[in-house]
Design a protein around this ligand. Structure first.
Ligand SMILES: *[C@@H]1O[C@H](CO)[C@@H](O)[C@H](O)[C@H]1NC(C)=O
Ligand SMILES: *[C@@H]1O[C@H](CO)[C@@H](O)[C@H](O)[C@H]1NC(C)=O
Length: 323
């Protein structure tokens, strides 16, 4: 259910470069990299490390993050839930080596994106102080482990923040922030340049569909359910657009069948559990068909898909290339 795998190094391959209204997704061939950049890396040296030089200018005033355990930076620490990453060895490679709530040894994909565009790590929304809640303008993280697009916010592990609730909180954030801008125009400009990074749906298409206590699989086929989840996802993007967001980086679903908890229980050892990967593949197909259409229907928007599935698959298939 909760991936204990470290996404950090493999998903470093996925990121986004933004300059003005332009958004380009770039995949760095990991074979060219050696290890993970140090924690305290500067934007400049990171770009050098990634062989991107200094020709790239970023114009991203804020990074807003939505999703599940792939990006949660500590929101679940504030919820009554068993889905928490607040104990060692989580966080051993993060700052002072203490767990933060991130489901990884180090940084999440969202943290790497923040470093690349030159922003602080977006803090978890539920941990914001009153002042931060009213003034922080570099971005917030709403991600919540174990939650998804059609999630109710209650599961057998406890509570979590489903996508719609994360968007409600985002609405609160920007509502607070708007008052601090001198004009509506300035604020709209800020918001349209801000990057929204979304990694969600992994739970919908795995444990919520066919995991412990799930009943959905009895009602819908995989294609039917994937369509329902994808429809709701696209509606949510429209909602974010109406709130003023324009730039979206959307990760597709990871190869959930390759995470250690899935692979370990097998009778016949394979790299990944095909049955678990299939729903993700089904959903990803829909996503790549639907998102270009959503972009066309939302004037001025730019939606980029990050291919998390294949990055993860590649890392599992060729681990040596990733150190
Ligand atoms: C980053 O950390 C390393 C080792 O912990 C240290 O040698 C280096 O000076 C630090 N760099 C910066 C920019 O703080
Ligand atoms: C942020 O401020 C809003 C009021 O504008 C409040 O409803 C919300 O609970 C606050 N959130 C946090 C995390 O402090």
């Amino acid at each position: 259910m909760i991936s204990s795998l470290s996404h950090t190094s493999c998903l470093l391959a996925l990121f986004i470069l933004c300059s003005g209204n332009y958004v380009v997704a770039i995949e760095i061939p990991m074979g060219d990299l050696s290890g993970v950049p140090p924690f305290n890396v500067t934007q400049k040296s990171l770009l050098k490390f990634l062989k991107l030089g200094d020709t790239i200018k970023f114009n991203v005033p804020a990074l807003y993050v939505f999703g599940d355990s792939t990006v949660d930076s500590g929101n679940n620490n504030f919820l009554i839930s068993l889905a928490k990453a607040n104990y060692t060895p989580y966080g051993v490679d993060f700052g002072d080596g203490k767990p933060t709530g991130r489901y990884t040894n180090g940084r999440t994909e969202a943290d790497f994106i923040a470093q690349i565009v030159g922003l602080p790590f977006p803090p978890p929304y539920l941990g914001l102080s009153d002042t931060e809640n009213k003034t922080l303008h570099t971005g917030v993280n709403y991600g919540s482990g174990g939650c998804g697009i059609l999630s109710t916010g209650q599961n057998y592990l406890g509570t979590c923040l489903p996508f719609y609730k994360q968007i409600n909180y985002f609405a609160t954030t920007i509502n607070n922030l708007e008052k601090r801008f001198e004009s509506k125009k300035r604020f709209d400009d800020y918001l349209s340049k801000s990057l929204l990074f979304i990694d969600i749906g992994n739970i919908d298409m795995s444990s919520d569909y066919n995991g412990v206590g799930a009943t959905i699989f009895r009602k819908y086929t995989v294609p039917q359910y994937a369509q329902m989840v994808a429809n709701e996802f696209c509606k949510s993007l429209e909602r974010l657009y109406k709130l003023g967001a324009r730039k979206f980086l959307v990760n597709n679903l990871g190869a959930m069948g390759c995470i250690p908890t899935q692979v370990q229980g097998q009778m016949q050892k394979t790299l990944c559990v095909e049955k678990t990967n299939r729903p993700a593949v089904e959903y990803n197909k829909l996503l790549s068909e639907m998102l270009p259409k959503v972009q066309v229907s939302l004037p001025g928007s730019k939606i980029v898909i990050g291919d998390a599935y294949n990055v993860l698959m590649d890392a599992v298939t060729f681990p040596a290339q990733y150190g």
